[in-house]
Design a protein around this ligand. Structure first.
Ligand code: NDP
Ligand code: 2IT
Length: 446
């Protein structure tokens, strides 16, 4: 890395010890910013990099709740309000036992640039808890969400900070969170949370948006290579919100998704994933992925060990979690002839994997571009809430499609401009960064 970037990076490491995912996210952005070398002395003069790496506010709080046996449980809650240069802090809440401050900071840092790329007026933030929702009853989930919001409510608001879902947080959890916010504040402030149900302030297409957007982005990448989804084998990891709707849109675009996974293993279905069955098992029954192979029969198989990326595919959409696709997986995918990889999840590919794709000429769409459809549609939900209006599915989906195409072309034109043609990572980071940096300069040292 160039000297001044390296010096700032070293300071970030020293001030944020023990947060490897956060370091990884910062490093990737800094490496992209090397392409701007010498062009923008004003960024250095205004201390933009150091200010960007330091969240505006970091909240950590106790979340006490009582389980169904009457035992008192204690979890840790987080909200990192990272950057509000472009709008209120915006980003999801993750409930997963692996959540810690470093994870939330990596996600919040990524969110700044992602939200900037959408072109909509939203800053960056992220939150969550080390609470594990797996196996918890509906009553336990509700009491946990109520306790979490009892602290969080004083920090959020439609003009301040607008959380949404992420891993382990879907419309059920958003409902309990919104109910408690409404009760505590005595305000029906719909725009304080997104991902709401359709009967109480939610937007059509928000449920589908991240997965749809990732498939639309991959389709644009294919079109840029004069290729298409048509008849192509598609590998998807995860079987949650992002994976399910990436599979659905892939099918609509003519592709054949053949895999899905969860933390217990993966399934391969050479006939193409039966989406109704997958949704029944995952969305309705909240079951495990092996049940898919058992109930589908006809050649679908469950694989407990190994990697979903061992399955030969033309297009890969990693949609589970960070660092799920490593160097070895990338080599396997490349040697099996993968053409395009678009990240449905946040940072699912390790830096070594990304380098393998780069060297092999595989198209690589980073999460902050490819999965921006979710947060973009959250911003559309906020627009509908602010105007007390509801839009049709078709209109909202058309807006999403337009946003994803714009992000795709912004990545490519920016990559061209800085001398890295076809590099979506550099294009996304530089374009996302410039807008935030310029706004920060305009707003002064605050
Ligand atoms: P869900 O909770 O709906 O689904 C997550 C899926 O990933 C599940 O199948 C889960 O399996 C699997 N998974 C999670 N953690 C791990 C792990 N450590 N190891 C293996 N598998 C794991 O979450 P989403 O679909 O919403 O999120 C998936 C990814 O997409 C995340 O990276 C998230 O940050 C990102 N994202 C989500 C957006 C959204 O709008 N929801 C927007 C943009 C990005 P299991 O049940 O076994 O844990
Ligand atoms: O990572 C993400 O962009 C999300 N989890 C969605 C955030 C949002 O505010 O909709």
């Amino acid at each position: 890395m160039e000297a001044s970037l390296q010096a700032t990076y070293d300071t970030v490491l020293q001030r944020n010890q023990g947060e490897p995912e956060f370091h990884q996210a910062v490093r990737e952005v800094f490496e992209s910013l090397e392409t701007l070398r010498g062009r923008h002395p004003e960024y250095e003069a205004h201390g933009i990099l150091m200010r960007l790496c330091e969240p505006e506010r970091q909240l950590i709080f106790r979340v006490p709740w009582v389980d169904d046996e009457g035992t008192v449980r204690i979890n840790r809650g987080f909200r990192v309000e990272y950057n509000s240069a472009l709008g209120p802090y915006k980003g999801g809440l993750r409930f997963h036992p692996s959540v810690n401050l470093g994870i939330v900071k990596f996600l919040g840092f990524e969110q700044i640039f992602k939200n900037s790329l959408t072109g909509l007026p939203i800053g960056g933030g992220k939150g969550g808890s080390d609470f594990d929702p797996h196996g918890r009853s509906d009553g336990e989930i509700m009491r946990f969400c109520q306790s979490f919001m009892t602290e969080l409510h004083r920090h959020i608001g439609e003009y301040t900070d607008v959380p949404a879902g992420d891993i382990g947080v879907g419309s059920r959890e958003i409902g309990y969170l919104f109910g408690q916010y409404k009760r505590l504040t005595n305000r029906y402030e719909a725009g304080v949370l997104t991902g709401k149900g359709l009967d109480w302030g939610g937007s059509l297409v928000r449920t589908e948006a991240t997965g749809y957007g990732a498939a639309i982005f991959a389709n644009e990448m294919l079109r840029a290579r004069e290729a298409s989804f048509d008849g192509r084998r598609v590998g998807v990891s995860g079987s949650g919100n992002v994976a399910i709707y990436a599979i659905e849109k892939t099918q609509q675009l003519g592709g054949i998704p053949i895999t899905a996974s969860d933390s217990s293993g993966y399934v391969v279905d050479e006939q193409g994933i039966d989406l109704d069955l997958l949704r029944q098992i995952k969305e309705v029954e909240r079951g495990r992925i092996h049940e898919y192979a058992e109930r589908r029969g006809g050649g679908a198989r469950f694989v407990k060990d190994g990697s979903v990326w061992d399955v030969p595919v033309d297009i890969a959409l990693p949609s589970a979690t960070q660092n799920e696709l490593d160097e070895k997986d990338a080599k396997t995918l490349a040697s099996n002839g993968v053409k395009v990889v678009a990240e449905g999840a946040n940072m699912p590919c390790t830096p070594e994997a990304v380098e393998v794709f780069r060297m092999a000429g595989v198209g690589f769409g980073p999460g902050k571009a490819a999965n921006a459809g979710g947060v973009a549609t959250s911003a559309l939900e906020m627009q509908q809430n602010a105007s007390r209006d509801t839009w049709t599915f078709d209109y909202t989906e058309a807006r999403l499609t337009e946003i994803m195409r714009n992000i795709h072309s912004t990545c490519l034109t920016t990559a061209d401009e800085v001398g890295r043609p076809g590099d979506y990572v550099v294009g996304a980071n530089v374009a996302g960064f410039r807008k935030v940096a310029n706004a920060m300069i305009a707003l002064g040292v605050v």
